[in-house]
Write a protein that binds this ligand. Structure first.
Ligand code: MD3
Ligand code: FE
Length: 218
């Protein structure tokens, strides 16, 4: 495909799930990844702990925006307005990230949380539903950078059949409508499948996912 080619968004019928493949041009992907590196210099990645068990997640995380998603053993999943270790407010969401939300979300208010998921070798994310947001009418918008992920998406209950799809660097997924409350996860990341992150100064490479969410009702 040439640099200006765009595939049309893939819609899982009637669901509100849209996959926009190669939505972010390569030069913008690089700028976004470098921007994430700056954010992490101010808001260092941490290892989230599962509620109750305290089991560490394999995905490391940070956030930008007024609110950040966090979990620890004692208090579980929640949004907090400060970095848990530095006590500082989260850095601002980069303008280029807000622009993706404005173009694709169809939502009349800005996102409040941009969760930064960092996938190193062996990292995965079990099947779950995003349900910690009061503004459940707002879509979730996800931007993939770096190595290709094998993403799994199911339905409203754990019993629904699931399917897998690959998310490549520059892909943007919009989860609106009923798909907003579907089970989903990341089975694995294809290590070394993309050079973006090494070029952006992440020597270990890997994958970054930016997940944009509206948390409170506007
Ligand atoms: C499908 N992150 O942070 S983003 C998460 O690639 C999360 O890091 C994954 O799931 C990642 O919660 C997937 C794409 C995504 C986000 C929300 C969804 C897919 C979704 C909500 C419903 C269905
Ligand atoms: Fe999720």
């Amino acid at each position: 495909m040439g640099p200006t080619t765009r595939r049309s968004p893939k819609l899982l019928k009637q669901s509100g799930f849209f996959l926009h493949q190669a939505k972010v041009p390569l030069a913008d992907q690089l700028r976004l990844a470098i921007g994430v590196r700056c954010i992490l210099a101010n808001a260092p990645a941490y290892t989230p702990l599962m509620p109750r068990s305290g089991t560490p997640m394999s995905v490391r995380m940070s956030n930008c925006g007024p609110l950040g998603w966090f979990t620890d053993k004692d208090r579980g999943y929640r949004y907090i307005d400060r970095h848990p270790e530095t006590g500082q407010a989260w850095p601002a969401i980069p303008a280029a990230v807000l622009a993706v939300w404005e173009e694709l979300s169809g939502y009349p208010a800005p996102p409040e949380a941009c969760l930064i998921n960092l996938y190193g070798p062996g990292a995965k994310l079990g099947l779950h539903i995003d349900q910690d947001e009061e503004a459940s009418d707002a879509p979730v918008v996800s931007i993939s950078l770096g190595d290709t992920a094998v993403f799994r998406v199911g339905g409203a209950t754990r019993k629904n059949p699931t399917r897998t799809m690959k998310l490549h660097s520059g892909d943007v997924v919009v989860l609106g409508g009923e798909s907003r409350h579907w089970y989903h996860g990341v089975d694995r990341v294809l290590t070394g499948s993309n050079r973006l992150l090494t070029e952006a100064g992440f020597p270990e490479g890997g994958r970054i996912n930016l997940t944009l969410r509206r948390v409170t009702t506007p």
